[in-house]
Design a protein around this ligand. Structure first.
Ligand SMILES: *[C@@H]1O[C@H](CO)[C@@H](O)[C@H](O)[C@H]1NC(C)=O
Ligand SMILES: *[C@@H]1O[C@H](CO)[C@@H](O)[C@H](O)[C@H]1NC(C)=O
Ligand SMILES: *[C@@H]1O[C@H](CO)[C@@H](O)[C@H](O)[C@H]1NC(C)=O
Ligand SMILES: *[C@@H]1O[C@H](CO)[C@@H](O)[C@H](O)[C@H]1NC(C)=O
Ligand SMILES: *[C@@H]1O[C@H](CO)[C@@H](O)[C@H](O)[C@H]1NC(C)=O
Ligand SMILES: *[C@@H]1O[C@H](CO)[C@@H](O)[C@H](O)[C@H]1NC(C)=O
Ligand SMILES: *[C@@H]1O[C@H](CO)[C@@H](O)[C@H](O)[C@H]1NC(C)=O
Ligand SMILES: *[C@@H]1O[C@H](CO)[C@@H](O)[C@H](O)[C@H]1NC(C)=O
Length: 905
């Protein structure tokens, strides 16, 4: 009986089969019936996707140039020992062992969301790849950390790193080799984009610190981190290539790519990240997964990336082409059109492509060497634990290969508790992210026993159906601690705001509804707490009409939150609004109401939603979060080009005509006053920024010093191996539709014969197999190391000038010299930030900030290098507590700092 297989449930429930289901839905009205879908599935296996692959041309001027060959890894000093070890292994592997390591064994064909093949003869196990950025997805006894956007809102580098360490401990504890995070793309160009909350905020520098510090934390535990999604994956809808439509094309110019979207990836590579995940979408019309300019050129040559490049799940759309373009690992291994049939672009097919001479062996050797060097780089050859959980089931026992119709069963979940004391770090982040936007007459902090609390909104308490009742958190019911999709985790518990009020013995009454109740009996001494939300997530789940992106909710609060606030504000005079949100919302309907006394953004706090909030509400600590994005007055405040692209016949085209001007860069340029500026956040106390000083460290030149040449890389024989290295072993017990790297003897022999035939593989235009020296902008991980030389150190004294204790954030924005106005550059751009310790009233702390050569450069598209437009010019370094509260300016030309200067924006 087909319906007995867990496969069908998995298909409907789990990650990344959405586009495939979408294709089915367009071809079969019965696709929601699991039984029928397998039949359709089989019928579809003969459909040629190319036949329906209609494309709308990219706008004139946007081109995806060729860049070949894929640069070998291993030329960076920090990695040379790992490459040495890897190359010794690789030189001894058979062809079928090599191609077994470059791809997954198939979707749902193992415990983790991705499972590579193994080469056990050489001691290399299957590698386990597992979601996601805020914690272990689909397992147990893990911490559900605050989401990336919440971490960004802390503006606290120590907390960013500490969360990374804790994530690393948990992933290692469960036996995960490769953590599928952090996410630094999307960058948040589109306020309605579904997955912005997985990253750290709508600014490349905030995003870069969040990503790089997370990577350093994770990798300190021997877990390989994956920076994702390369690149410009700014909306959920139409992201994937499927049977009937190519994925959306993000069309962006070279300077915008370098100065915004690539910036956090460069910092992640500089931190030594082990893996990069390629996005679903296209850039300039060419799918990221086979875009040679992006992977070979920008990532591997210019940024000097030494680890391996994997596809997003089912984002690979070709075999030889994607390998030539620099892809190293196919995930989860299946073809993108219809997974689960046992078809792959690589595995046995990659074996064939080497035997028949189409894929040069050196490319495969580099793929495998990169993967194994990364494995050695993080010490995973030494006592690394095997997976002890199964992302496909919460049961102790289950099928070992849920994707197979008939699978052996066994113990798959050992329920290992990996939480340690991570609840503390999670709570500290949730607390220090809370952002106070309004506080009339010192309405906050609240006094616990001077009042009766009337609590409104279903967001104040846990989902009554159960905290994990929606797969991948695909619903907005109860306290919103995270968005939905592959970036979610199961909660071990959820400390809700109501739990926290109870724990504090508060005198409260809770109305668990999103409509204003008639029986709340307002009284003059009541304080009303209103809890409201806005949610978003990944495209394969639609929640309340929102297919990942906030299409139907717009930027409004969900569940008529605006009306609830207004109704409460009409009856109560002391109203506190608490918002759990994935990103910017519109607040105009209620923000200026006199009875709305205070507003707190608690972002997405994860499991620690309650006490973290209570600590701020009741004044144990002052709020110290700052907005990681701008809040507008209206959606019309944004450039039209950042709205969501809707359905188009052919390839949807998304052209980034706003260039560098997203978020505050746009608001400042167009002189639009936002509702709340990027970086804004109030406290129960006040701070001054004073006594700043600036020191020149490395003198600037307009062009950076010349990079050094690449170091040695491993070399191997390039002779095509004998076909016998690909033959199936005798009497091998195959798992149904599992992906293997062997070929039938006949097929292998035929492929080897084809290598000598006259028919040659149609290599793309611009193809070459001569390794290049690498571009001027490269030279080390992250780019030319001179880019990261400190140009200026700036220090500032932060003083707590109020009556409560609290933490302040010093934000440093650069303003380019006035005479470089010919180079169109945003008025101010964030370049560094630091947060103080808790400062008692009257206490001071000196913070050090720094500016690198790259911080003061622009990407010159002609010379293809980072240029300081005017090395002697007067750069303004503006320091303050928000992007719109900058009155302290240090000048690079004068070498001095002035207070009470008119703000640049
Ligand atoms: C996209 O096209 C623009 C305009 O020609 C070009 O500047 C840029 O380098 C291209 N980017 C990629 C990744 O191909
Ligand atoms: C390669 O394999 C052979 C035999 O299988 C073994 O003797 C040799 O030590 C191996 N070399 C390396 C570098 O592992
Ligand atoms: C490929 O990996 C699978 C899964 O671990 C394993 O069964 C198979 O033997 C491996 N093939 C080779 C050539 O080692
Ligand atoms: C070799 O095999 C690959 C993978 O199946 C295929 O794409 C390619 O066209 C083949 N080349 C030749 C020359 O037969
Ligand atoms: C609240 O109650 C505690 C103990 O019940 C008492 O010590 C404290 O003074 C009270 N505070 C206010 C503001 O009434
Ligand atoms: C409000 O509180 C004050 C002082 O705590 C008290 O005197 C007054 O009776 C209270 N009013 C109501 C309506 O409960
Ligand atoms: C001013 O800053 C300098 C460091 O730049 C520091 O040594 C000095 O103590 C500070 N003075 C005050 C009053 O904070
Ligand atoms: C292909 O040609 C080479 C050299 O010409 C020869 O050594 C090899 O055996 C040939 N392979 C096959 C499968 O015919």
């Amino acid at each position: 009986m087909l319906t007995a297989s867990p496969l069908h449930l998995s298909v409907l429930r789990l990650f990344a089969v959405h586009s495939f289901l979408q294709s089915l839905a367009m071809l079969s009205s019965s696709s929601s019936l699991p039984g029928a879908s397998l039949v359709v599935l089989s019928l579809l296996s003969c459909v040629d996707s190319a036949a329906v692959d209609r494309r709308t041309p990219v706008p004139a001027g946007y081109v995806a140039p060729p860049y070949y060959p894929a640069p070998y890894g291993g030329w960076v000093q920090d990695w040379s020992e790992s490459y040495r070890k890897a190359s010794m292994l690789v030189s001894n592997l058979t062809l079928a062992e090599k191609t077994n390591l470059t791809a997954g064994s198939g979707i749902f064909m193992g415990r983790c969301v991705g499972n590579t093949g193994s080469a056990l003869r050489a001691g290399i196990p299957q590698l386990c790849l597992q979601d996601g950025p805020l914690g272990l997805r689909n397992t147990d006894h893990n911490t559900a950390f605050p989401a990336g956007i919440t971490v960004g809102a802390t503006w606290d580098k120590d907390l960013m790193h500490a969360r990374g360490v804790a994530l690393g401990e948990e992933f290692r504890g469960k036996g995960v080799n490769v953590h599928l995070g952090p996410s630094v793309g999307p960058l948040g160009r589109k306020p309605r984009g579904g997955r912005n909350w997985e990253g750290f905020g709508s600014d490349p520098v905030l995003q870069a610190f969040g990503g790089a510090l997370t990577i350093e934390g994770i990798q300190s535990q021997g877990v390989i981190a994956t920076i994702k999604h390369l690149i410009a994956n700014e909306q959920e809808m139409y992201r994937m290539y499927n049977l009937v439509q190519p994925g959306i094309s993000s069309n962006l110019d070279d300077r915008t790519l370098h100065e915004l979207y690539l910036w956090p990836f460069a910092e992640g590579v500089r931190s030594g990240v082990g893996a990069v995940m390629i996005a679903y979408n296209a850039v300039n019309g060419s799918a990221c997964s086979q875009n040679s300019y992006l992977i070979n050129g920008i990532l591997k040559d210019e940024l000097g990336f030494q680890g391996f490049v994997m596809s997003d799940w089912l984002a690979q759309i070709s075999g030889v082409s994607s390998a030539l373009a620099g892809l190293d690992m196919s995930m989860p291994g299946d073809v993108h059109t219809v997974p689960l049939l046992g078809n792959s672009y690589w595995m046995y097919e990659q074996t064939r492509s080497v035997l028949n001479g189409s894929l040069p062996l050196d490319r495969l050797n580099d793929q495998v060497t990169r993967i194994l060097a990364t494995w050695f780089q993080f010490g995973q050859d030494q006592n690394y634990p095997a997976p002890n959980f199964d992302a496909n089931t919460q049961d102790a026992e289950g099928p070992l290969y849920p994707g197979a119709l008939f699978s052996p069963r066994g113990v798959v979940n050992q329920f290992v508790d990996v939480q340690g004391n991570h609840a503390e770090i999670a709570r500290e982040i949730a607390r220090d992210a809370i952002t106070l936007l309004k506080n009339d007459n010192g309405a906050l902090p609240l006094r616990l026993n001077a009042t009766t609390f009337k609590v409104f909104g279903t967001d104040a308490e846990k989902n009554p159906d159960g905290i994990n009742s929606c797969a991948d958190q695909g619903c907005n019911k109860g306290t919103l601690g995270m968005g939905w999709g592959s970036g979610s985790a199961r909660y071990p518990y959820l400390d809700s705001p109501i739990d926290a009020l109870k724990a504090r013995g508060a005198n409260y009454q809770f109305f668990n509804t999103d409509s204003f109740p008639s029986n709340s009996n307002p009284s003059a001494n009541d304080t009303a707490l209103v809890f409201v939300t806005s949610d978003s997530g990944e495209n394969y789940i639609t929640v309340e009409g929102n297919p990942g992106d906030r299409t139907s909710s717009n930027l409004n609060l969900w569940h008529n939150g605006d009306k609830l606030i207004k109704d409460v504000a009409a009856k109560y005079s002391n109203v506190i609004v608490i918002v759990h949100t994935v990103g910017p919302i519109l607040m105009e309907e209620w923000i200026d109401l006199p009875s709305v006394k205070a507003v707190l953004f608690a972002h997405l706090p994860g499991q620690e939603a309650g006490d973290s909030l209570a600590q701020v509400l009741f004044g144990d600590v002052s709020p110290s979060g700052h907005l990681p994005y701008t809040i507008p007055h209206s959606e019309a405040d944004y450039p039209a080009s950042v709205s969501l692209r809707n359905f188009e016949v052919g390839q949807p085209q998304d052209t980034f005509t706003e260039g560098l001007y997203i978020d505050y860069r746009h608001f400042n340029k167009e002189n639009i006053t936002p509702r709340y500026a990027f970086g804004h956040g109030m406290s129960y106390t006040t701070f001054s920024f004073s006594n700043a000083s600036i020191t020149s460290v490395t003198p600037l030149t307009s062009v950076p010093p010349t990079r050094s040449a690449k170091g040695e890389t491993p070399s191997y024989s390039t002779a095509i191996p004998p076909a016998s290295e690909a033959y199936w072993p005798d009497n091998f017990d195959r798992i149904w539709r599992y992906l293997y790297s062997w070929l039938d003897k006949n097929d292998a022999d035929k492929a080897a014969a084809a290598a000598n035939s006259s028919s040659k593989y149609p290599y793309p235009d611009g193809y070459s197999n001569e390794q290049k020296p690498g571009p001027a902008a490269g030279g080390a991980q992250g780019g030319n190391p001179a880019l990261f030389d400190t140009a200026y150190d700036v220090s500032v004294t932060v003083t707590n000038t109020g009556n409560a204790s609290g933490k302040a954030v010093a934000q440093l924005y650069v303003q380019f010299p006035a005479n470089t106005a010919l180079i169109d550059t945003p008025i101010i751009q964030l370049r560094d930030f630091e947060k103080t310790d808790g400062l008692a009233a009257g206490e001071s702390q000196i913070l050090s900030l720094r500016l690198t050569r790259k911080d003061l450069s622009v990407w010159d598209v002609v010379s293809q290098n980072w240029i300081v437009p005017d090395p002697q010019g007067d750069y303004g370094f503006w320091i303050g507590g928000s992007s719109d509260a900058l009155t302290l300016r240090c000048g690079s030309a004068t070498g001095s700092c002035e207070e009470d200067v008119a703000s640049p924006v």
